[in-house]
Design a protein around this ligand. Structure first.
Ligand code: AMP
Ligand code: MG
Length: 334
């Protein structure tokens, strides 16, 4: 079974969505931090889902898509402004598409039930990063018989190396097919794709952490306790979105921890992890939940049988799980 066509369609779909999102972002300038107006992020969110679902519907009409958005809010007259801006952005890709057609594309992504072959989509992951002008991602994955087979993770604002940060290299896609590895491919231009591999660090103390920028999405305290137990002295790199998985896949971090804050019981959404998890696994890394169980994509939109996520380069995974178990036990006891 080859997934060449799925990978190509997924790449072109996320590439078009990235163009739309960057177009919306470019109109915002730098002053958006102060603004309360959610319109731009809503326009980009719906626009991204519309373009990607249209491409999937066209190429694979029988595949359901479990996406984050549906068009119901857009149909209200209170949102006429969002609707008009959305149509203008979509017209740059599909001139003349009317509102109903665009709503239908968006709603192609409103499947909720598990099936033996489906796509899952986060049209903009890390909206807070998008608004801030930091990292965000467009994340698309194909799940067949409960197994992640194809992942297209697109990071429109991520440079080709985090430390160098050359602005002209911003915009990278990470394309993974199970069993065939993962490549990094610039969104613009025709530079050859680069195969990626996780770092070969085996010493947990030398590992570098990445975690959510937003502390309500993952316990920074518990992660710090894990770091202490492992002897890690470097500060964590905090960035938004599944760009964290890309960091692990290309060897810039060894550990991505996503841990529910003690006392809360958030259930992770599949679209927040599917593409990123395959990108890390295809690069040689390991992804489980915080108890070491594989992520289970057979429950529809939620990772119902998992708690938290641990993604590592591979060699340090068991040490991280052990430290996490010990740190969690200590937290619960106090
Ligand atoms: P990140 O950019 O990694 O912080 O994650 C962004 C994602 O976090 C969003 O797409 C949300 O689906 C998800 N999210 C929202 N609330 C929570 C929460 N309490 N815990 C974990 N993830 C959350
Ligand atoms: Mg998300």
């Amino acid at each position: 079974m080859s997934y060449d066509r799925e990978r190509t369609v997924a790449f072109h779909a996320v590439q078009a969505a990235a163009e739309l999102c960057q177009s919306v972002r470019a109109d915002l300038g730098d002053e958006v931090l102060q603004k309360e107006d959610r319109t731009p992020v809503t326009v980009a969110d719906f626009g991204s889902q519309a373009l990607i679902c249209r491409a999937l519907q066209d190429a694979f009409p029988d595949d359901p898509v479990i996406g984050e958005e549906d068009s119901s809010a857009l149909r209200s007259d209170a949102n006429a402004d969002v609707r008009d801006q959305l149509l203008a952005e979509v017209h740059a890709h599909h001139p003349g598409a009317d509102a109903e057609t665009v709503f239908d594309w968006i709603d192609h992504g409103d499947a909720a039930a598990y099936s033996d072959r489906f796509w899952t989509l986060d049209p903009i992951d890390g909206t807070k990063g998008f608004v801030r002008g930091d990292q965000y991602a467009i994340a698309l994955a194909l799940v067949v018989d409960g197994t992640l087979e194809v992942g297209a993770l697109c990071c429109p604002h991520l440079p080709n190396r985090l430390d160098a940060d050359p602005p002209e290299s911003r915009g990278q896609a990470f394309l993974a097919v199970r069993g065939e590895g993962v490549v990094q491919k610039p969104l613009v231009g025709d530079a050859a794709p680069t195969p990626l591999h996780t770092s070969d660090t085996t010493d947990p103390a030398q590992s570098r952490f990445t975690e959510s920028f937003v502390s309500s999405h993952s316990s920074h305290d518990l992660a710090a306790q894990v770091g202490e137990r492992l002897g890690i002295t470097a500060d964590p790199v905090r960035i938004d979105s599944q760009a964290k998985y890309a960091m692990v896949a290309r060897g810039e971090s060894e550990i991505y921890l996503r841990l529910p804050r003690p006392g809360t019981d958030y259930t992770e959404r599949i679209w927040d992890h599917a593409a990123g998890a395959l990108v890390v696994e295809a690069a040689g890394g390991t992804v489980t939940d915080m108890h070491g169980a594989p992520l289970d994509f057979t429950h529809g939109p939620l990772l119902e049988s998992n708690t938290g996520v641990v993604a590592t380069n591979g060699p340090v995974h068991d040490a991280v799980l052990d430290a996490l178990a010990a740190a969690s036990a200590e937290t619960q006891a106090t």
